[in-house]
Design a protein around this ligand. Structure first.
Ligand SMILES: CC(C)(COP(=O)(O)OP(=O)(O)OC[C@H]1O[C@@H](n2cnc3c(N)ncnc32)[C@H](O)[C@@H]1OP(=O)(O)O)[C@@H](O)C(=O)NCCC(=O)NCCS
Length: 334
């Protein structure tokens, strides 16, 4: 019989440096009022060059998650790390976490699915546990956006939204057949790849690593068609949440806590209103961290757990939408 996967530990790490909307006002033509009204964000964290990396933040988050689970790095059988901002172009950053944690020579997989990255990673970990191949899987989402953003007025439509941070979850099998990850649901639509994209370094420019690319923020920094992303996000979030509920013969009334990818507070509030979920049933921390893409769900889940908003027996719904476009959900009986 297939096993059920349980999240047995959660942890997160965010850089110390707080960057408020007022700080951004000094770099570009923007305002605290505009940012809060459009996104709900008040401040975000930015890494310190030379101090933090995607791997180091992921490692710190993972240590906390392992501690909470009462496990050590020696217990980890497989590492999955989701990021769109890897420390090296290659290799992936999962192998760097393996080294930093001093984990034995287990497999390390990087996932490139942007805002849905953590849910893709979680679903992969879930399959390995379900089949009995691995006993303990470490799933990490870690991002450093601030290093690659265009911090001039030209980049303001994107730069004000994103922040840095990391979150981690430890997965193990449980014998309680009614608990754990009930199902995961993954989607993509490459037709919209260019609506939220970082083009370089890549193969869509005449020279992959042309030094002049670095001087052109439209090549090296994220480009986002905000309106299109918003429109698709509010539809896909709901679709994929209902897909998860239907797959488990459940209704929206059964959700104890919805933890959406922290894309934009306005997107979350739109879904919340449409689904008639009260504030006590939806978790938001984007106000303090901005959008940390693959790290946003594990950071939010870790904080929600610490705050006592996830309890034994709760039905937790995770949902994400982002660049790709990709979108995904997971339903978890805690
Ligand atoms: C990005 C987003 C906040 C922009 O909000 P919007 O209301 O659509 O704003 P627009 O892009 O239409 O821009 C409106 C005006 O504000 C300006 N503007 C853009 N960014 C600005 C900023 N940071 N500060 C001040 N003004 C800004 C624009 O230049 C535009 O000015 P104009 O009317 O003179 O041309 C919104 O589209 C959004 O939230 N999209 C979803 C993005 C998202 O969630 N991404 C993550 C997905 S995982």
């Amino acid at each position: 019989m297939l096993k059920q996967t349980k999240i047995v530990g959660l942890g997160h790490y965010v850089p110390e440096t707080v960057v408020t909307n007022h700080d951004l006002e000094k770099m570009m033509d923007t305002s605290d009022e505009w940012i809060q009204e459009r996104t709900g964000i008040k401040e975000r964290r930015w890494f310190t060059y030379g101090k933090e990396t995607v791997a180091s933040m992921g490692t710190e988050a993972a240590k906390k998650a392992l501690d909470q689970a009462g496990l050590t790095p020696d217990d980890v059988d497989f590492i999955i790390l989701a990021t769109l901002s890897p420390d090296y172009f290659f290799p992936g950053s999962g192998v760097l976490v393996q080294e930093k944690l001093g984990i034995k020579e287990v497999g390390a997989l990087d996932v490139r699915n942007q805002c849905s990255g953590f849910l893709y990673a979680l679903s992969i970990g879930d399959q390995f546990i379900k089949t009995g191949m691995y006993k303990t899987v470490l799933v990490i989402g870690s991002e450093i956006h601030s290093h690659g953003l265009d911090k001039t007025t030209k980049g303001r439509g994107v730069t004000v939204i994103f922040g840095d941070g990391a979150g981690a979850a430890v997965l193990q099998a449980t014998d309680e057949s009614d608990k754990g990850i009930l199902s995961t649901h993954l989607h993509s639509q490459g037709k919209y790849a260019k609506e939220l994209v970082v083009i370089g370094p890549g193969n869509m420019t005449p020279v992959r690593l042309d030094a002049s690319n670095a001087e052109d923020p439209t090549i090296m920094a994220p480009i986002m068609n905000g309106g299109t992303v918003f429109k698709h996000a509010v539809t896909r979030f709901q679709e994929v949440i209902y897909e998860a509920l239907e797959a488990n013969s459940m209704a929206k009334e059964d959700i104890s806590l919805l933890i959406p990818h922290q894309a934009n507070l306005r997107i979350t509030q739109f879904i919340q209103k449409k689904m008639e979920l009260g504030n006590d049933r939806v978790y938001s921390n984007i106000q303090r961290y901005g959008n940390t893409t693959a790290a946003s769900i594990p950071i939010a889940m870790s904080e929600a757990y610490q705050e006592g908003r996830i309890k034994d027996g709760d039905l937790v719904c995770l949902a994400a939408f982002g660049s790709g476009f990709t979108w995904a959900s997971a339903l978890i009986r805690w």
